[in-house]
Design a binder for this molecule. Structure first.
Ligand code: AMP
Length: 614
């Protein structure tokens, strides 16, 4: 599918017609020097040809002039099927690409205070392109969307929530298209599912950010409410003590514009080195003995290493550290400085491979870790245009793939419960003890047993927690969020069976105690279904869907519901007690899955914004 990808920057436009599967580029358009009231005229270039002048000094006029020329330059047979618009800030409202309708445009406009330089340009591009290409779908792809999965603890700044709420002060993160794209490329390289990997993606270009991509979802990223937080960048400072700013404002008489210039335009590599923001020049001068350039390199690398260590701790381990962006892809020296002494993570640098790295569209991934390494080091060529084109084409394809969205799914609520190995059963209930079935559960072969245990946490104990049978190969304790606070343990949200890297807990039974090293989770809400059901709903094992729950006193839509498919399953959605209570679905008896009156309906991954575009 050929997609026109448009990226309107504050004073430039980059557009390309991209084949969404291969990433091949059929034509490009570059417009520069768009600055109203600037004497210099804007210039455009199609397919890299000699620049010619544009009779407009703003985005809409320039696109009206240049887009028809780009389309004329396409080979016969290349037919545009959609337009993807890169939008910098989607605020809290957009966590995925959406078809653009009036409401979406209005929301992007409302978000201008969060991205005053970029969202107006993005919006002008959308409006101009829609008036020229009104008969094909237009999709907005947001730089912030990939990071909407950050848990609240990572999104929040430690300020009073009323202030955060009133002024929308929270961590949004940026470069989402690139982080998502290179994580996907790394998964392809490993022939693995990205949902099985813990990755640290380092986008090091003129703007720089890191993301912790845990099992396919961004859970931490270094940019915050604005793209100023985090790493040292070309001209941006990244992290700085806010107290220093207060001093400049209060004692030195600086105003906001002066601080803005300092932190966004005069700092980073340019500020530290004094020779500009290009890492190639800085590396050259550092090798010739320039102290400021040496310092710039050291501060840059140190900051990235510091964040890699932090993100490894946040995820409890890493399968690969990925380097991308102009510096990450091209600078063997910076990759070397950043990834030396990461052996404690299991990442062993291979110097020869690092020097030989050469990545691009034809060969997007190169490993430079020594074999074997528990944690791989990869350079990956990012391609945000391709990333946008493929997100747009999958949204368009989903629209053309009707699924059985009317059929409802019964809901059961699962209270806290425990799955045990036979060895743990014997530790708790005595040698040779076998679980005694008390009630069959809805999933074939599963039962609630007579046996109950006490969960012993650092803060409190929870008694009479039902053991489910039959025994399993791993112990697993499933609790709800409220239990977590009661016990005083932080349990990660995980799919059943996924207990690697989870905290342990002590269990007490009538005949003894068992201290589990791992296995405490908050279960990911999920739907069991057979392969036939999956086909009818148009979903696959491991997919995440949204589910609208009806039948409680309060209708509710749950995001991030995991689909689990097996011929042995019966169609049913499982929620924990907190989630059931939130939807007023009634309480379940201790440790037993209880069916409720509720019904769930899978919604295709779409938002209310899509409907008007249909
Ligand atoms: P990006 O914003 O991803 O296009 O990255 C641009 C930055 O990458 C430039 O400012 C350079 O500092 C850096 N860069 C590009 N090529 C090299 C190279 N061969 N060695 C070091 N840095 C490079």
């Amino acid at each position: 599918m050929h997609i026109l990808v448009i990226n309107c920057g504050s004073s430039s436009i980059k557009a390309a017609v991209v084949q969404s599967q291969s990433g091949e580029v059929a034509a490009t358009l570059d417009v520069e020097r768009l600055a109203p009231n600037d004497a210099a005229e804007a210039l455009m270039s199609i397919n890299g040809a000699e620049p010619s002048s544009v009779p407009a000094d703003e985005h809409a006029g320039a696109l009206e002039f240049a887009l028809p020329k780009l389309i004329d330059a396409l080979d016969d047979g290349v037919e545009l099927q959609g337009v993807g618009h890169r939008v910098v800030h989607g605020g809290r409202r957009f966590d995925r690409p959406v078809f653009i309708n009036d409401e979406v445009e209005q929301t992007i406009e409302e978000l201008i205070p969060l991205a005053p330089l970029h969202n107006p340009a993005n919006l002008a591009g959308i409006r101009a392109a829609k008036s020229l290409l009104g008969d094909i779908p237009h999709v907005a792809v947001f730089d912030t969307a990939f990071h909407r999965t950050l848990p609240n603890r990572a999104k929040a700044y430690a300020i009073p929530p009323e202030v955060a709420e009133e002024h929308q002060i929270e961590r949004f993160g940026f470069h989402g298209v690139s982080h998502q794209y290179v994580a996907g490329k790394a998964a392809e390289y490993f022939r693995a599912d990205v949902r099985d990997l813990r990755l640290i993606t380092c986008h090091l270009g003129n703007g720089c950010s890191l993301a912790a991509v845990e099992y396919g979802r961004s859970i931490e990223t270094s940019m915050g409410m604005t793209p100023l937080e985090g790493l040292v960048m070309g001209t941006r400072s990244g992290d700085i003590d806010p107290g220093a700013i207060i001093n400049l404002l209060r004692q030195e008489g600086w105003d906001a514009d002066r601080v803005d210039d300092l932190l966004n335009r005069e700092s980073g590599l340019a500020g530290l080195s004094g020779v500009g923001n290009d890492m190639r020049d800085i590396e050259q001068r550092a090798s010739e003995g320039d102290e400021r350039c040496r310092m710039a390199i050291q501060v840059f690398a140190h900051r990235v290493r510091k964040y890699i260590g932090a993100y490894a701790a946040v995820m409890g381990g890493v399968d690969a550290v990925i380097f991308t962006g102009g510096i990450g892809q091209n600078s063997a020296l910076m990759r070397h400085r950043i990834s030396q002494r990461l052996e404690f993570l299991g990442a062993r640098l291979d110097e020869d491979k690092n020097r030989a790295v050469s990545v691009g569209r034809q060969n997007p991934v190169a490993s430079f870790s020594a074999e074997p390494s528990r944690c791989h080091l990869l350079a990956v060529a990012t391609d945000e245009q391709h990333g946008i084109a493929s997100q747009v084409s999958s949204l368009i394809m989903k629209r053309h793939c009707p699924t059985d969205t009317e059929r409802t799914i019964p809901i059961a609520i699962s209270a806290r419960h425990v799955h045990l190995t036979q060895e743990t059963v014997e530790q708790l209930f005595g040698e040779g003890h076998e679980l005694t079935p008390y009630k069959p559960l809805s999933q074939p072969g599963q039962f609630a047993s007579e046996e109950m245990v006490t969960l012993v946490g650092p803060k409190a104990e929870i008694e009479r927690v039902r053991v489910l049978g039959p025994t399993r190969s791993n112990n697993q304790v499933e609790i709800a969020r409220t239990d977590e606070f009661k016990l005083g343990i932080d349990a990660p949200v995980r799919g059943s069976g996924d207990v690697e890297n989870t905290p342990g807990i002590t269990l007490r039974g009538p005949e003894g105690e068992a201290s589990l090293e791992k296995g405490l989770i908050c279960a990911l809400r999920h739907i069991h279904m057979t392969p036939e059901d999956a086909k009818a709903f148009g979903v696959n094992d491991g997919d995440f869907v949204e589910v609208a729950v009806r039948g409680g006193e309060r209708d509710l839509t749950f995001g991030d519901v995991l689909i689990r498919v097996s011929p042995n399953y019966k169609l049913e959605m499982h929620l924990d007690t907190d989630e059931g209570n939130a939807a007023h679905l009634g309480r379940s008896a201790e440790g037993v899955l209880v069916s409720t009156e509720g019904e769930a309906a899978i919604q295709r991954r779409r938002t209310r914004f899509d409907s008007a575009a249909e």
